[in-house]
Write a protein that binds this ligand. Structure first.
Ligand code: PLP
Length: 442
């Protein structure tokens, strides 16, 4: 028995399903998840000493690569001064200023303030509470296949692990809570308009991923985000732009910085951030214009708090990450992403494989059986041939490449993915795609 198998058995005895986040259990691809002992640059090493090129990168935070020296140094320095103060620190101000500066570099005045929390889930939970408090309305629009964390109101037809496990939502969410969430098909402008007509004066906000990455990647149709903003505003509602995953990953200002050139002149009312702004440590945030943000306590009536909010060690990692995330970093990641997509296309076409790649900047995902229509919303990816992804995934894993263990997730590259790491991925691809081509449904 391998050490990972042994650990998984021990883990299943004391942790439900053996994992602390469902997608780690490998349910949709099968097999035993390797237990990791070390992460460095683009590599992971498991308990059995096997080394993998990582294309998950902690699900996004490790933009620079694992344990980047500037981040580790900043964390060491911060530890010398205290693990948690439960009081305000300069580092909180510094990270807030860095985030605001980057967002406003796209369109000045897009965002005035941010409030820091510890997880993306807390950020979106607070964002919808704030939108409800600000508008005095209860209902929320979300899109099927978008994932915004495990907030009760946002689990209906959610992506990520909920989609991977083919769950329609979650038990334990009250019917009253679920009834306040209107779930619509992504990229469907008419459905949004109809919802505002049907629920006139009741909708507090639309929440959307800036570009969906939790049903695999889905590219927003040109002008869709702008349409959401304008339609929300025409109806007295807010737009919450969830950049927990895309934020500061697809450009120096996230998806906001990636697309607004051709859609200029508007800004979401509330942004949510996470992942990259913590550089691998727990930190997330919501931000927006002063008028909305000052509805939060202690100034306003919407309550939100956190014992470890703005934790100094997390802040040190986040600040060091953002400071190191120069244009060169984004260019490297973009280039690596293009290289990888090109290689998939080259082998995929040779094999006559039925597949498509969707991308949002440097984030992308590969789905099988989708060549004809592509993937524009959740139903498209649900109809894809996930059994081919299983075969593909295991072949890559055997060749030392660690992909997301689900067809419903994005692939993450980092600035540390050098030629050696890329070579391993590129040489593993032909066999893995061939296995995908030959796979049969279970
Ligand atoms: N929003 C998006 C778009 C996400 O991708 C995620 C997590 O993957 C979340 C929110 C929730 O973040 P967390 O897992 O930190 O709670």
């Amino acid at each position: 028995m391998s050490i990972s198998e042994d650990l998984f058995n021990r883990s299943r005895a004391v942790i439900p399903g053996g994992v602390n986040s469902p997608v780690r259990a490998f349910n949709s691809v099968g097999g035993v998840p390797p237990f990791m002992v070390e992460a460095q640059g683009p590599y992971l090493t498991d308990a059995d000493g096997r080394n993998y090129v990582d294309l998950v990168m902690s699900w996004g935070p490790a933009l620079l690569g694992h344990r980047d020296s500037s981040v580790v140094e900043a964390v060491h320095k911060a530890v010398e001064h205290g693990l948690s103060f439960g009081a305000s620190t300069e580092a909180e101000v510094e990270l807030a200023e860095l985030v605001i500066e980057r967002i406003n570099a796209v369109i000045p005045g897009s965002i005035d303030q941010i409030r820091m929390v510890s997880t993306g889930t807390e950020a979106t939970m607070t964002a919808i509470r704030l939108a409800r408090g600000y508008t005095g309305r209860d209902k929320i629009i979300k899109f099927a296949g978008c994932y915004h964390g495990h907030v009760d109101a946002l689990l209906s037809e959610a992506g990520s692990g909920v989609a991977t496990l083919a769950m329609p939502g979650s038990a334990g969410v009250t019917a009253a809570t679920a009834a306040e969430t209107i779930v619509l098909p992504y990229n469907d402008t008419q459905a949004v308009q109809r919802a505002f007509e049907q629920h006139h004066g009741q909708i507090a906000a639309i929440i959307t991923e800036a570009a969906p990455c939790n049903m695999g990647v889905v590219t927003p149709e040109a002008g869709f985000n702008r349409f959401l903003h304008d339609t929300a505003h025409e109806n007295g509602a807010l737009l919450i732009f969830d950049e927990v995953l895309t934020g500061f990953r697809v450009s120096s200002a996230g998806y906001w910085g990636y697309t607004t050139e051709d859609e200029g002149g508007w800004a979401p009312d509330i942004f949510t951030f996470g992942k990259v702004i913590g550089g691998g440590m727990p930190i997330a945030a919501l931000g927006g214009k002063r008028e909305v943000m000052e509805y939060l306590a202690p100034l306003g009536p919407v309550y939100q708090a956190g014992t470890l909010s703005g934790n100094p060690i997390s802040l040190a990692a986040g600040i060091a990450t953002l400071k190191a995330a120069t244009e060169d970093v984004y260019q490297t990641i973009n280039q690596r992403s293009e290289e990888l997509q090109k290689a998939i296309h080259s082998y995929g076409e040779k094999l006559g494989l039925n597949y498509s790649i969707q991308h949002a900047g440097n984030l992308f995902s590969l789905s099988f059986g989708t060549a004809e229509h592509g993937v524009h919303h959740y139903d498209d990816i649900k109809a894809s041939e996930t059994f081919r992804y299983q075969a593909f995934f295991h072949s890559m894993l055997n060749s030392g490449v660690y992909l997301p263990p689900s067809a419903f997730e994005a692939w993450f590259l980092s600035a540390s993915h050098n030629d050696t790491a890329m070579d391993r991925i590129l040489s593993a691809l032909p066999e893995a795609l061939e296995e995908a081509a030959q796979a049969q449904p279970a």
